[in-house]
Design a protein around this ligand. Structure first.
Ligand code: PMP
Length: 384
């Protein structure tokens, strides 16, 4: 059976060079914190990986704190500011957006339940942050502004540079969850002036369970996990040497191939978008069509259920997602779509196609052959 994997925003396969580097790294069993030769070998490789990860986001190596992924990196940032607020800082408000990943949205719900003051800035009907509202929310009591780089569901890219400038004017620190942007669009922490940035290896052909938080010089830091001197006391726990080495190799490839990939992904996405519009009546393309992650296409098919479309496509070997994979298992429509003004019926009928480096234009042709009859059949059933 032919398989067409179009769920690269959920996770990506390992790149063959990443697999090779990890296979080799399995032999490096020394604890990277040990002072002897085996420990030093592992530590050396970890530092190589740190430079590669720093390079892909335009940050100095010393800013990188390895974590178990972007969820931990995001939680670490919120924990830093929660602690400052607990210690009596006059800056006791946090601003984030309505369309962040659940690792932020649910952290916010948890903190709000405990009395912390957190504002969720709304987005417009393309998923872009409402800068006019952000401007009104910003004041001298804001400690942190956290806005994702590119949205995992609809792909909308945020005006991070403007947001950083606006937030810095009132003295707030700025964090961006750039998990979906790495290897797809240019990300330079230095150029943007970001204070914190989260990323995760498994979204750019690296292993799962490893990621990083980059912390700019001078930005406050408090460890989220205590108990060891690793990462200069910033994150305790024996190094996951194999995964970190894999992440480093993946970061090198992401940097090397980014420009070509950006173009290739955009081309396939546009072929699919145009093909769907030509072949299927009454569809709605979600998100911002100008400021959009190159490989992400989110489409609503009125009068067809997203879950049914997903299952029928799966029978044809095509793998996609409805809303985000993190939310699947729940029949609630996607909060990202609802926040960006998509009505509830359309949100129920939405599918996210996300391309990656192993997709080809043949894959697009295959989807364009299989999808129209599926939508037609589901719409006929729904009319009954
Ligand atoms: N942020 C975004 C935007 C994501 O897409 C994801 C992964 N779905 C995460 C954070 C969480 O990353 P991780 O799986 O490494 O915890």
């Amino acid at each position: 059976m032919r398989f067409v994997y179009l769920d690269n925003n959920a996770t990506t396969p390992l790149h063959e060079d990443v697999i090779a580097s990890m296979n080799e790294a399995l032999a490096l069993y020394g604890n990277a914190s040990s002072m002897h030769a085996f420990g030093r070998d592992a530590a050396f490789k970890i530092e190589e990986a740190r430079s590669a990860v720093a390079d892909v986001i335009g940050a100095p190596s010393g800013s990188i704190v390895f974590t178990s992924g972007a969820s931990e990196a995001n939680n670490t940032v919120f924990n830093i500011f929660r602690e400052r607020i607990d210690l009596g800082s006059k800056r006791n408000r946090i601003i984030t957006t309505e369309i962040e990943h659940p690792s932020i949205i649910e952290t916010v719900a948890y903190l709000r339940g405990r009395g912390y003051r957190i504002d969720l800035c709304p987005v417009d009907n393309t998923g872009r942050v409402r800068l006019d509202v952000l401007e009104r929310l910003l004041a001298e009591d804001v400690a942190l502004v956290s806005v994702m780089f590119g949205n995992n569901e609809i792909g909308t890219i945020q005006p991070i540079k403007e947001i950083v400038e606006m937030a810095h004017k009132v003295g707030a620190y700025v964090h961006s969850d750039a998990t979906q942007a790495i290897g797809k669009i240019e990300v330079s922490m230095k150029e943007l002036g970001l204070d914190y940035l989260s990323l995760s290896a498994h979204k750019f052909y690296g292993p799962k369970g490893v990621g990083a938080l980059a912390v700019a010089k001078g930005a406050p830091f408090t460890p989220y996990i205590h108990g060891g001197h690793q990462e200069s006391g910033r994150r305790a726990g024996t190094y996951n040497t194999v995964a970190i080495i894999g992440m480093g190799v993946a970061a090198g490839i992401a940097k090397r191939d980014r420009k070509d990939e950006e173009q290739r992904l955009w081309k396939m996405r546009e072929m699919l978008r145009k093909g769907i519009i030509e072949r299927i009546p009454n569809v709605v393309i979600n998100g911002n069509q100008e400021h959009c992650l190159p490989g992400t296409l989110d489409v609503s098919f009125p009068h067809a259920e997203g879950e049914s479309i997903l299952l029928y496509l799966d029978l044809e070997g095509i793998q996609v997602s409805t809303g985000s994979a993190c939310a699947s298992g729940s029949l609630e429509p996607s909060y990202v779509l609802l926040s960006s003004g998509v009505d509830i019926e359309l949100a129920h009928g939405s599918i996210r196609f996300s391309f990656g480096r192993y997709n080809t234009e043949d894959d697009v042709a295959y989807v364009l052959e299989k999808l129209p009859p599926i939508i037609k059949r589901l719409r006929e059933m729904s009319a009954l």
